[in-house]
Design a protein around this ligand. Sequence first.
Ligand SMILES: Nc1ncnc2c1ncn2[C@@H]1O[C@H](COP(=O)(O)OP(=O)(O)OP(=O)(O)O)[C@@H](O)[C@H]1O
Length: 268
Amino acid sequence: MEKSIIVKNVSKKYKLYNNSRERIFDLILPKNYGEDFYALHDVNFEAEKGDVVGFVGVNGSGKSTLSNIIAGIVPETYGEVYLNGQASLIAVSSGLKKELTGRDNIELKCLMLGFSKKEIKAMEPDIIEFAELGKFIDQPVKSYSSGMKSRLGFAISVTIDPDILIIDEALSVGDKAFAEKSLEKMNEFKEKGKTMIFVSHSIGQMKRFCQKVLWLEYGRVKDYGTVEEVMPKYEEFLKTFKKMSKKEKQKHRENALESAHKQLMKSE
Ligand SMILES: Nc1ncnc2c1ncn2[C@@H]1O[C@H](COP(=O)(O)OP(=O)(O)OP(=O)(O)O)[C@@H](O)[C@H]1O
């Protein structure tokens, strides 16, 4: 089987600052200010061409961080990512420039991906039609609702036809009809044998759509396998997690982060 994505020992370290003065001082005197926080700890995972992989995990597990690293939007601190082909990410906040119109955003994103002006002009009507934005396409994106932004991001990403499509919570906003249309489009991608990563809190969408599931727990891979193997365990965990009090959830997070940190220190 041909590998499509290889994520090797990837960690992501963020600096957490108590205030903006610390952030500025850290630029002048690096390492002296702020506290290190690992959003990902030594993550390993591989996907084969044609795999549809779901990323699951409670809030703050690192799903978006990992998606952004795979898409090349955020750099990893340690480790490596190998991609076989071009990746495109659709997210609710999909890197659209607020001051520019929808049409200008289409052009900008496509230019950045290496398309010629002629190619962009040819793709533009399909993107506009799929996004269902009507006259809003010539309005600045700052006037769009989150559903409209997501529709535009989705339309651009599916029309440019990438080898690897990453969809981060993009179907959680907007209307049901658009979500259905998008799922249909994603099925077309699946049939073409493209690789997809799908980030969602919807268990139903995960089961309906993905073959494999990567379960992240506060920056660490808790499990990776087929939907049939991983989802029952994740759903069982969610039942317990949802019953926890705020304090218990906090404790659960602290314990997970502490053990991940210890493991990371051991391996360094
Ligand atoms: N730019 C940043 N600076 C500091 N910390 C960050 C930054 N981006 C993300 N984080 C932290 O990294 C952790 C992982 O965040 P991430 O958004 O990847 O999780 P997630 O699983 O996608 O969460 P959700 O389901 O809520 O979208 C969180 O604790 C978050 O606060």
